[in-house]
Design a protein around this ligand. Structure first.
Ligand code: HEM
Length: 571
């Protein structure tokens, strides 16, 4: 016995009762009942021998190990023994997320760091990932055909799992997070707002915001500009476009919207809330009062955003009531009207706020990051920048604001945006879960079988980076090559950045129109080049193209750029 360790029959009894309860709650199968009986016997023997605390701890460890082995073998069975990775933690479960990607932990970065090798290891485009210590088993695919089976069946066999949707439903259920009939309701209310009228507005506002940016950032008087991180500008652009075009917020480049208490701008609040998802979602509310800078900032941002969204919704309600709102069926009006109506197509207050948040979130980070990546890649591959310049000269000319009618003719600019999204798919995962025992087919890639039966509750993930770097679909996948999309249909099979099927991105055209307009406006005035700073080389600048941040979205880290006015280059 260890000195000082309280060991008496009370302790043992409490401990063994807790164990019994635990076993009872966790296991129901007969194998486990057998284990349970054996442990009962052991405890009985231990009791008669009056064991010390280490014996009790050892028994607990043995039990825990037996429990995890049982879970692990259940996991292997659930994925039908599909070959794959055996890991300690599921990469998106709590401990898996906090540890980096390394030989013993997948971590959340594995989708980027192992995009070229994970599936090769198993000589298969669809693999299993089964944790033995923490989390549930799952299947990951980089095969477009398998991916389609996961995402096309909204009702039959697959749905979005709550664990993944909760991240997006912090402010209320919404189009992105809902399933089944609830999702259909959101889509029917929101769908009509995504019309040509909206895209034309997006185009015009993108032109206007480009001009505002040039003035407010004091670029108009400069010939050469050093931009440390283009994302700062493009994220702001994307947020303001959504604010203006979807919610009719009176925002300008120079004056970001402020929460009513004036402490934090809405832009900063949204950005902070998105980057503090883990803190806001997984920690109990009381922990936010702990005076740690990250916690205080997350709390402050969450309160500022809450106030901002509710105050805007209240104002819109007032406008709708007093009929002073414009007749345009903009999304915000549709949401508020649904909130006022009764019946199948009505929305709760929290659903209005949930949808406002998701539009700002889903449409802002993704688009802002993708436009920035496109500009970085065009700096790295100047030949494509010049091709787009030629197209700009031909389609829209050099002196006047382009019309929305030009959008469909700017094929090379569209291809560049698509190629940047292939390489850096901002929405990097599409996750589904089986709602029943489900069969899906694996086109000649699973050894010895063409179809696989999965148990209920198995998580299925489309791994976008691996899919977009799959050499069977993309030659030289590490190379930025927009010409691979020239003359290809708008919805190529292998391009999944916006996903496909009924739950594909509702904002796809919105984002593409905004990106193409902004790129053309910027490229028309400025030549974009790598900014090789003191102590850097061209080579080290290029290495930055592989520095990627994986959080809720996937994006390039800071890559410095130099913008030189085109008429200055020519002179
Ligand atoms: C480059 C920009 C964008 C990318 C890469 C992107 C990507 C995606 C992807 C992959 C999905 C499907 C998620 C899944 O299946 O689990 C999705 C859904 C969605 N996106 Fe986007 N998105 C972008 C821009 C936008 C914009 C601008 C908006 C709004 C203005 C938006 C709003 C939504 C919404 C509401 C959904 C859920 C649709 C549904 O489930 O019916 N997205 N997006």
């Amino acid at each position: 016995m260890v000195d000082g360790f309280p060991c008496n029959s009370h302790l043992e009894r409490i401990f063994s009762s807790a164990l019994l309860l635990f076993i009872h709650l966790q296991f129901r199968s007969s194998i486990v009942l057998n284990t349970f009986t054996s442990i009962m016997l052991c405890l009985d023997v231990m009791h008669s021998f009056k064991p010390g605390p280490w014996t009790v701890i050892l028994a607990a460890l043995v039990l825990f190990f037996a429990w995890r082995m049982k879970k692990f073998s259940d996991g292997l069975r659930a994925v039908n023994f599909l070959p794959g990775k055996i890991v300690m933690f599921q990469p998106y479960a709590f401990p898996g997320q906090i540890f980096p990607t390394t030989w013993w932990n997948l971590g959340i970065d594995f989708v980027w760091k192992w995009r070229g090798c994970l599936y090769e290891e198993f000589d298969n485009d669809t693999i299993s990932i089964v944790p033995f210590l923490w989390g549930s088993p799952g299947i990951f695919t980089r095969n477009p055909e398998v991916a389609r089976q996961f995402v096309l069946g909204t009702n039959a066999g697959f749905k979005k799992p709550e664990s993944a949707s909760n991240v997006f439903a912090v402010w209320g259920q919404n189009l992105l997070s809902a399933n089944g009939d609830a999702w259909r309701k959101h889509r029917r209310i929101i769908g009509p707002a995504f019309s040509n009228e909206l895209y034309e507005l997006v185009w015009d506002q993108s032109c206007q915001l480009y001009h505002e940016m040039v003035v407010d950032e004091r670029w108009s008087s400069e010939n050469i500009i050093h931009v440390e991180d283009m994302q700062k500008q493009t994220l702001k652009l994307a947020l303001l476009i959504i604010g203006r075009c979807i919610f009719d917020f009176p925002l300008s480049w120079s004056e970001p919207p402020r929460s009513p208490d004036g402490i934090m701008s809405a832009h900063e609040a949204i950005h902070t809330v998105i980057n503090s998802t883990n803190i806001l979602l997984f920690l109990p509310k009381w922990m936010l009062h702990i005076p740690l800078p990250a916690f205080s900032k997350a709390k402050q941002a969450s309160e500022a955003l809450n106030q901002f969204l509710y105050s805007q919704a209240a104002q819109k309600k007032y406008e709708v009531h007093s009929n002073s709102s414009q007749s345009r069926s903009d999304l915000f009006t549709l949401l508020v009207e649904a909130n006022e109506s009764q019946g199948k197509l009505s929305l709760e207050d929290s659903e209005v706020i949930g949808n406002m948040f998701i539009m700002l979130h889903a449409g802002h980070e993704t688009t802002g990051q993708a436009i920035s990546s496109t500009l970085v890649m065009l700096a790295a591959y100047p030949e494509f920048q010049e091709e787009i310049m030629e197209e700009i000269k031909e389609v829209i000319g050099l002196d006047h604001n382009p019309e929305f009618g030009s959008f469909s003719k700017l094929k090379k600019a569209q291809a560049a945006f698509q190629e940047a999204l292939r390489m850096y798919p901002t929405a990097h995962l599409a996750v589904r879960i089986t709602t029943e025992d489900t069969i899906f087919s694996t086109p000649q890639e699973v050894h010895g079988s063409a179809s696989l039966l999965l148990e209920k509750d198995v998580q299925l993930t489309v791994d976008m980076p691996a899919l977009h770097y799959n050499p069977r679909y993309f030659s030289e996948p590490e190379k930025f090559n927009p010409s691979r999309w020239y003359g290809v249909s708008d919805q190529p099979e292998s391009f999944s950045a916006f996903n496909v099927g009924p739950r594909s991105c509702i904002g796809r055209k919105f984002a593409t129109v905004e990106a193409v307009c902004f790129l053309c406006m910027l490229l028309r005035d400025w030549k974009i080049e790598p900014l090789v700073k003191k102590g850097m080389t061209e080579e080290s600048w290029r290495r930055k193209l592989y520095d990627v941040k994986v959080m809720v979205t996937l994006s390039l880290d800071e890559v410095p750029l130099r913008l030189t006015r085109r008429d200055f280059v020519a002179s």
